[in-house]
Design a protein around this ligand. Structure first.
Ligand code: ADP
Ligand code: MG
Length: 768
């Protein structure tokens, strides 16, 4: 019974349990229905969201913006191309303007420049707009990317939800199947109760799991809701951005519109400009064309006139061609005849030349003869006087007073105040103290140049020591004398004749001291030289060993002079600080060759600075000085004798009486020319010596005999002492001039002079 009760109890309990299970099953069912409803709403929401997303996408118009951007880009491209076309047109216009009349400051150019500026501004603006567009593009791109991301995330969560749903519905199906199987098998309840007893724990556990699962899913749904909310917010903000972007795009479009309008306007203006320029160019071209047409017409008329000229030219050319063809023959013939004529002419010229040369030689001889005759007639011995100025060596007071005066009208006369009496002297020429070296040289240069023609010339400076002999012959470096000037003149003359003549000029320098001849151009001048007859039998004299120095320039001469000076023997006496006690000779030889005739000439120029002519008694010399003075006196007397003999054309000339005259023999005889420059001091204290010198001069000059007197006997020259004793002026015939006397006159004059000389006891018989 108990067991029955127990079974009853058990049965009740099981029934209750079954009831509970049924309740639970119902609960579970309602819950699953609830879940299903939730899933449905979620699905509907998802669908809505997807739709919303696609709507948003279409609304956002990522594609619209892109389209708009594309449109803008196309518009831009079109504008760019238009701009390019405009530029091309502009270039073309410019080229046309350059080709046509170039107007540099024309208004078009300025306008053009402005337009270009504006164009570049527009281009810049377009460039900026393009940059902004690119920025917008970038932003849209970013937004699109973010949307895609959100979509992706949504898709993921949707997929997860679908899976969950699937799983839950599977479980629901299983539970329903279990309930159905439970319902269909009530007979096996005991067994099943047992099984349920076993399985209820498992079901409880599964229920718990489902509950926790449900919890988790609800959380997930909340999270999704949250995400959705965020996305909605994002969507709102991107909608805002899109609105802003749209506004910007509208603004840019307006700007672009404006730029385009400007561009169109400018293009319009440019078009007008272009048209105007074209019109101008056209009108200019028309004018030019007109001018060209006119030119063409002129050229045509020219051509018409040129045609006959061309015909004549062609004709001429043809005839010239013919002539050229015939020319070689003609030339050969002409050359033949010309050659013949030339050779004949040369022959004739040669004969004429020969004849002329013969005549020239004859003329030369004749000229020389005539010259000699002229010189002979004029007297080839001339006497000049030169008075030096008063110097400080003359001292002061009455002794240094001037004793010499001149004739204003006659340059050959001078007066000397001696012992209260005025004595007059007449020479060939007198140089007063103020006469310069040039003036003196002018008077002697004719003599110098005659050397070149082959004459021998002697120029002596005679006078007491200190009277200016060395000054006249040598001079000073600043004011050179006859020596230097003569050589310079010879050089220039020789240069002038260089076309026909070859000349060689050589120089020797010697001194005669105490009747001994010394070479001044050797290092050891003590060696005495001898004067000898030439061994060729010509009767010429020569000095073996005398140095002859070939000179080619003034520098050479200066060297010779310097060397000569060093060797010159000078002694100091109380007469003058620098008293020359020797005769100094500068011998210049000029040898010439006439290249055309072969004629040879030799001329000698002897320039002699004689030793002082003062008398020994006054100089107070003794011993060797006295000997020197005696030698000087002797040689000067001998010179006077020789000159006198020459001038009076005596048959015998005593050349051998002194070394000086012997050495100069060939330069004093024959057709040689001699000049005696008598130097005097004007000082009162020197009047005695001045008187002697002037007397000597006058005597030399006064003896003027014609050719008849050649045969006259030799008259000895008065000694220096005799000269002083003579009454002044007695022997001098007054009046100058060298008029050739007639033989009768000459013989009578010679006779009278001889009488005078005999009366004064100066004419001695010739020693035989
Ligand atoms: P000499 O040679 O006859 O002894 P110088 O030629 O030595 O005499 O002359 C003596 C001095 O007188 C020198 O100082 C010289 O310069 C001077 N003298 C000579 N003649 C002239 C002149 N014509 N003009 C200027 N000074 C002169
Ligand atoms: Mg002197």
């Amino acid at each position: 019974m108990a067991s029955m009760a127990h079974l009853q109890e058990e049965k009740l309990r099981l029934q209750e349990e079954l009831l509970g299970l049924q309740v639970w099953e119902n609960d579970e069912l309602s819950h699953s229905l609830q879940l299903q409803g939730q899933v449905e709403t979620l699905k509907a929401k998802l669908l809505e969201q997807a739709q919303e997303i696609s709507r948003l996408r279409s609304e956002l118009g990522g594609t619209d913006v892109e389209k708009h951007r594309d449109l803008l880009a196309a518009e831009n491209e079109r504008l760019r191309q238009e701009m390019k076309a405009c530029e091309g047109e502009l270039r073309e216009l410019r080229r046309q303007q350059q080709q046509q009349a170039p107007c540099q400051d024309c208004a078009h150019l300025q306008e053009n420049a402005e337009l270009q500026e504006r164009l570049s501004l527009l281009q810049q603006e377009a460039e900026e707009t393009r940059a902004k567009l690119a920025e917008l593009d970038l932003e849209v791109q970013q937004k699109t990317n973010r949307l895609a991301e959100v979509e992706l995330r949504l898709k993921d969560s949707l997929a997860e939800r679908a899976e969950e749903e699937e799983r839950l519905s599977r479980r629901l199906r299983d539970s329903q199947e279990t309930i159905a199987s439970l319902k269909s098998q009530p007979q096996q309840i005991k067994y099943i109760i047992k099984t349920v007893e076993v399985e209820s724990a498992k079901a409880k556990q599964a229920l718990c799991e489902s509950q926790s699962r449900n919890q988790y899913l609800q959380e997930q749904v909340g999270m999704q809701r949250q995400v959705l909310k965020e996305m909605e917010q994002q969507l709102q903000s991107s909608q805002k951005t899109v609105a802003q972007l749209r506004a910007q795009i509208v603004m840019y479009e307006a700007e672009l519109e404006r730029a385009h309008g400007q561009m169109l306007e400018e293009m319009q203006v440019m078009e007008e400009e272009k048209n105007r320029a074209i019109e101008e160019a056209f009108s200019r071209a028309q004018v030019e064309m007109k001018a060209v047409h006119e030119n063409l017409a002129g050229v045509r008329t020219n051509l018409l006139t040129l045609q006959p000229a061309l015909r004549t030219l062609t004709h001429d050319y043809n005839s010239l061609k013919r002539q050229v063809r015939d020319f070689p023959l003609l030339l050969q013939e002409t050359l033949r005849s010309a050659r013949a004529e030339i050779s004949q002419a040369i022959e004739e010229v040669n004969t004429t030349n020969r004849e002329l040369l013969r005549k020239y030689r004859r003329e030369l001889q004749l000229r020389k003869k005539c010259h000699n005759e002229l010189v002979r007639l004029k007297g080839n011995i001339r006497v000049f006087g030169r008075v030096r100025p008063i110097t400080k060596e003359d001292g002061e007071g009455p002794e240094a007073a001037n004793a010499v005066t001149f004739d204003d009208d006659d340059d050959a006369v001078l007066y000397l105040l001696h012992k209260g009496k005025q004595v007059s002297f007449e020479l060939d020429k007198v140089f007063p103290p103020q006469a310069s070296q040039e003036e003196v040289f002018q008077e002697v240069q004719a003599l110098v140049t005659s050397c070149i023609d082959g004459y021998n010339v002697c120029i002596f400076a005679y006078g007491q020591t200190g009277a200016g002999k060395t000054y006249t012959m040598e001079g000073t470096p600043a004011n050179p004398g006859i020596n230097q000037r003569a050589l310079q003149l010879l050089f220039s003359e020789v240069r002038g004749k260089a076309a026909d003549w070859d000349y060689a000029i050589s120089v020797s320098a010697a001194e005669i001291y105490n009747e001994a001849l010394r070479d001044l151009l050797v290092k050891e001048p003590q060696e005495k030289l001898e004067i000898k007859l030439c061994p060729d039998g010509s009767g010429q004299l020569y000095v073996p060993g005398l140095t002859e120095f070939r000179v080619q320039s003034v520098e050479d001469i200066n060297k010779v002079f310097e060397f000569g000076h060093v060797n010159r023997a000078t002694e100091c006496t109380n007469l003058n600080e620098r008293s020359s006690r020797s005769h100094a000779l500068l011998i210049i030889t000029i040898r010439g060759l006439d290249r055309s005739t072969g004629l040879r000439t030799t001329g000698k120029l002897n320039l002699v600075d004689l030793a002082g002519s003062e008398r020994v008694g006054r100089s107070g010399a003794e011993g060797s000085r006295l000997r020197e003075a005696q030698h000087i006196n002797k040689s000067l007397s001998a010179l006077g004798d020789v000159i006198y003999a020459l001038r009076s054309r005596q048959g015998h000339v005593p050349f051998r009486n002194s070394k000086l005259t012997y050495l100069l023999q060939d330069s004093l005889s024959g057709d040689s020319k001699t000049l005696m420059m008598v130097q005097v001091s004007p000082a009162e204290k020197n009047t005695s010596e001045t008187l002697c010198s002037l007397k000597f001069a006058e005597r030399v000059r006064s003896v003027e005999l014609g050719p008849v007197s050649r045969k006259a006997e030799l008259a000895s020259w008065p000694s220096q002492e005799q000269l002083e004793g003579d009454s002044p002026g007695t022997a001098a015939p007054h009046g100058r001039g060298h008029v050739s006397p007639s033989p009768g006159q000459l013989s009578s004059r010679a006779a009278s002079i001889r009488r005078k000389l005999q009366a004064s006891g100066k004419l001695r018989p010739v020693p035989v």
